[in-house]
Ligand binder design. Sequence first.
Ligand code: NAP
Length: 485
Amino acid sequence: MTYNVHVHKVEKKYLWINGKKVTSDTFTPLYSPYSHEKIADIAMADEQLTTDAISSAYKAFNIISTKPAYERAIILEKVANLLTERAEQAAEIIALESAKPITFAKTEVARTIETYKFAAEEAKRIHGETIPFDASPGGVGRMGYTIRKPIGVIGAITPFNFPMNLVAHKLGPAIASGNSVVLKPASQTPLSALFIAELFQEAGLPNGVLNVVTGSGTIVGEAIIKDDRVKMVTFTGSPEVGIGIRGKAGLKKTTLELGSNAAVIIDEDVNIDSLIERCVMGAFSNQGQVCISLQRIYVHENAYTQFVEKFVAATKKLKMGNPMNPDTYVSSLISERETKRALKWIEEAKQNHAQVLVGGKINNGILEPTVIVDANPKLKVSCQEVFAPIVIINPIVSVEEAIGYVNDSQFGLQAGLYTQNINHALLATDRLEVGAVIINDIPTFRVDHMPYGGVKNSGTGREGVKFAVEEMTELKLVVWNQLQN
Ligand code: NAP
């Protein structure tokens, strides 16, 4: 079956340094995770080319940091407008390189547009505050205020799972606040990042402010982290790589947006029918490859049987297939390696008395959406980040008990609670060890201006444009001594 998509030509894709395409000695073929067809040849940067990109960003910092806020805002607005015009093409690129079903890819593009709009707006309100110096006897006769200064070259390293919007969460606030950037996109999803670089060029971003360096994480990523001219590393990706970056970054600022095994608690007093579709979406959208994907569901024992039956029935209806098909809900994982890894975790669960109620098999290369019950907390599907269309459901006797299970995790990004009971909601907001508690929704809820980030192994720092701007600027204090003549 064919779908109404732009014809995709296999092209060579180059590095983007100082406003120009730059070639490399090595190119690597990029394949679609779904069809395994070759979709591009990607230039692989070495350490020297990465250093060239950093030099270009270092020079351009002077240009972007002295541009008035309104001009930076205009560039970001233009990117949002250009992306709106090319939204279909952008969604197809995401679907092609990451196997994200096209319906979800379109949602990602719509969110990316919003993220750049938020960044354009935020560029105009980066300011400090006045300090009441005379609150201290030693401060009498002084007045002063803080200002926020851009910090310099930012190294941005991004994952494959939201290849356009997570790039926007780095480029938007960085450029809004007058920084220059060296961006290293995930090796499987460089096309979305290179597409956005072209839009920035068209929108009038000065050469060198944005540089995109494709290539391996260990070569390009490490070269970015160790260069003294890079003042901040903003990373979104796996905890393993994030922890390594933190270890090597020294005194550089770091923002780390890492993984989780996000959970929702469902109290006994909620209408189960009203939340099934939402929970299915939380567990299986983008094949579960979402950092706040719903991995663990704790349902009050009085509602448990009903919830499981309805959830399984809804899961069975999900359409699997080609990501370009608008009816597809679940497609391939990012690689066969990941598919095999997820299958092994399901096997481990089965061998340890867990029951697979639906899914658990590969169907035309696609891992079926999988629902597991009776999984003990030590199993990988419970305690590690599953990052696949797998969800576990467990009964609980009380919300309080469930809070204990949710907190019994190395991660803490977001958690959800459905309840009608205000005391249970208050208890959860107080006790859950996460970056955000979502009442009456799944932990997968996110809009792009909210503060977003985790505790524990889910990371440090916050994104969400305004909050990323805070991370990407230094607070400078100015004090005036009012001399009496
Ligand atoms: P990943 O394997 O950690 O890769 C992320 C990025 O790091 C890629 O660009 C990768 O390059 C690069 N990288 C790999 N090794 C590196 C090194 N030694 N030094 C510097 N950079 C290196 O993660 P992923 O598989 O793409 O993404 C999935 C993970 O991201 C999940 O854990 C998910 O939870 C997390 N995530 C978190 C958030 C959040 O906001 N908290 C959002 C989305 C995803 P290569 O591709 O070339 O290896």
